[in-house]
Design a binder for this molecule. Structure first.
Ligand code: SDX
Length: 395
C-alpha cells in the first residue's frame, strides 16, 4: 500500500519496536500495564499511581508516591504569560488545538535551575510538569471558551479534584466534587493511560526519535489523538448516539446503516485494529456507567441507545465476522457527560489520561542507546525518469 512500510521509530525497518510497558492480547481481550492486569489496576489503583507505574516500571513505594504527588501539586500553575496565549484564541477555538499549542509552549518557559538538575531529576520534573499542566491547560481552555475567569490550582486538592476545581469553581465558591465523580474520572484517566503503539503513541516515538524534546513530542501526539478514528471517537460516539436518539432512528436502523458500504455512517466506538474481542476497558467502563449514573441519579437515554446498539451489533454477522466489538470510546463519553464534562472536552480528557503513557514510551526510547531516528521508507509508484518541459512547450 502507500502507507508507511513500518512505524517502528528508532528500530530500523523491522515492522515493530520492542517495549516493556504495555501488553495487549487482541484475541483474548487482555491489557496489562507493566504486567499488571487492567482490571486489578481499575479496582485498586489511582491515575497518579498508574502514571508512576507506567513511567518507572513498577508500583511506587509510599515515599515515591508522596514525592510524585508533591511534584504534581507544585507543577500545576502556568506562567502568567500563558494568559496572553489563551487570549489570542477565538472563544470557540477547538480545545485540542489549544492543548497541542500550549503543551509545546510549556518548553518556552524553562524552569529555574533546570540546567543544574541531574538527567534523572530533569526527566522526573518534566514528566510532572506535563502530567500536571496538561490538566491546568485543559481547564483554562474550557474557562476561556465559556468566558469565565481562570481558576488557579488549589495546592490542597489531589490530582482529579484539583482539575474539577479549576474547571467548575467560581471566584466566589469552590467546586467540591463528590467522591463518586472523582472516582469515575480517576478510572477514566487510568484506563486511558497507555495502549502500546497506537497512532498517537507512535507519533511520540516518531517525533522523539529525532531527539526533539518531550514537550514537542507530546504536543505532536495531541494532534494525532484528535482524529475521529482515534481519540476523537469519544466525542463522535456521543454525536452518533444523540443523532440516533433525537433523529428517531431505531438502533436496528443505525446498525443497518453502519453495515451499508455506500453509507459512510460508522458505529463510532466500535471496532479496533488490535482487539478482535471485547476491549477490556469497554467492559470496565460499561459497568462503571451503570454504577456512576445510578449513584448520581442520572437517567441518560443515550445509555439505553448504546446498550441496544451493542446488543444488536454483537448478534449481527457483519460485526461478528469482522470481529467488531465496543472499544474504550463507546461508554466513556456517557460517563463523562454524567459527571458534567462538556462533550467538546472529551478528547482533551483522553489526552490528560494518555499523557503518562506518552511520557513512558518517550522515556523508554530515549533511554535506549541503540534507538535511531525514525526514517520509514515508501514503495515508489510514481513515473519513471522524465525530462523537464519548458512552460511554453507544455500543452
Ligand atoms: C482508539 O490503536 C489503539 O490502541 C487506539 C485506542 C487507544 O487506546 O489508543 O484503543 C483508542 O482509537 C479506539 C478506536 C476509536 N475509533 C472508533 O471507534 C472509530 C470507529 N472505528 C473504526 O473506524 C475502526 O474500527 C478503527 C479505526 C477503530 C479500526 O480501523 P481498522 O483496523 O483500519 O479497520 P477497517 O477500517 O479496515 O475496518 C475493517 C472492516 C471494514 O469493512 P470491510 O472493508 O471489511 O467491508 O470493518 C468495518 C470496515 O468498514 N468497520 C466498521 C467499523 N469499524 C470497522 N464498520 C462499521 N462500524 C465500525 N465502527
Amino acid at each position: 500500500g502507500t502507507g508507511l512500510i513500518t512505524l517502528d521509530p528508532g528500530y530500523g525497518n523491522t515492522g515493530a519496536c520492542t517495549s516493556a510497558i504495555t501488553f495487549i492480547d487482541g484475541e483474548k481481550g487482555i491489557l496489562r500495564y507493566r504486567g499488571i492486569p487492567i482490571e486489578q489496576l481499575a479496582k485498586n489503583s489511582t491515575f497518579v499511581e498508574v502514571a508512576w507505574l507506567l513511567i518507572f516500571g513498577r508500583l511506587p513505594s509510599q515515599a515515591e508516591l508522596d514525592d510524585f504527588r508533591e511534584r504534581l501539586v507544585r507543577s500545576a500553575p502556568l506562567h502568567e504569560a500563558f494568559k496572553h496565549h489563551f487570549e489570542g484564541f477565538l472563544v470557540d477555538a477547538p480545545p485540542m488545538a489549544i492543548l497541542s499549542a500550549m503543551v509545546n509552549t510549556i518548553a518556552c518557559f524553562p524552569r529555574r535551575g533546570a540546567e543544574s538538575e541531574s538527567p534523572e531529576e530533569n526527566f522526573l520534573e518534566n514528566a510532572a510538569q506535563l502530567i500536571s499542566k496538561v490538566r491546568t491547560i485543559a481547564a483554562y481552555s474550557y474557562r476561556r471558551s465559556m468566558g469565565l475567569p481562570f481558576i488557579y490550582p488549589d495546592f490542597k486538592l489531589p490530582y482529579v479534584a484539583n482539575f474539577l476545581h479549576m474547571m467548575f469553581s467560581t471566584p466566589y465558591e469552590q467546586h467540591i466534587a463528590s467522591r463518586e465523580v472523582v472516582d469515575a474520572l480517576n478510572l477514566i484517566l487510568l484506563l486511558h493511560a497507555d495502549h502500546e503503539q497506537n497512532c498517537s503513541t507512535s507519533t511520540v516515538r516518531m517525533v522523539g526519535s529525532s531527539q526533539a524534546n518531550i514537550y514537542a513530542s507530546c504536543a505532536a501526539a495531541v494532534g494525532a489523538l484528535w482524529g475521529p478514528l482515534h481519540g476523537g471517537a469519544n466525542m463522535a460516539v456521543l454525536d452518533m448516539l444523540e443523532a440516533i436518539h433525537k433523529g428517531g432512528i431505531s438502533a436496528a436502523k443505525a446498525v443497518e446503516m453502519a453495515k451499508d458500504p455506500n453509507d459512510d455512517f460508522r458505529l463510532m466506538g466500535f471496532g479496533h485494529r488490535v482487539y478482535k474481542n471485547f476491549d477490556p476497558r469497554a467492559r470496565i467502563l460499561k459497568q462503571a456507567a451503570d454504577k456512576v449514573l445510578g449513584q448520581l441519579g442520572v437517567n441518560d437515554p443515550l445509555l439505553d441507545v448504546a446498550r441496544q446498539l451493542e446488543e444488536l451489533a454483537l448478534e449481527d454477522s457483519y460485526f461478528v465476522e469482522r470481529k467488531l466489538y465496543p472499544n474504550v470510546d463507546f461508554y466513556s463519553g456517557i460517563i463523562m457527560r454524567a459527571i458534567g464534562i462538556p462533550t467538546n472536552m472529551f478528547t482533551v480528557i483522553f489526552a490528560i489520561g494518555r499523557m503518562p503513557g506518552w511520557i513512558a514510551q518517550w522515556k523508554e526510547q530515549h533511554d535506549d542507546s541503540k534507538a535511531r531516528i525514525a526514517r520509514p521508507r515508501q514503495i515508489y509508484t510514481g513515473p519513471n525518469e522524465t525530462e523537464y518541459v519548458p512552460i511554453d512547450k507544455r500543452k
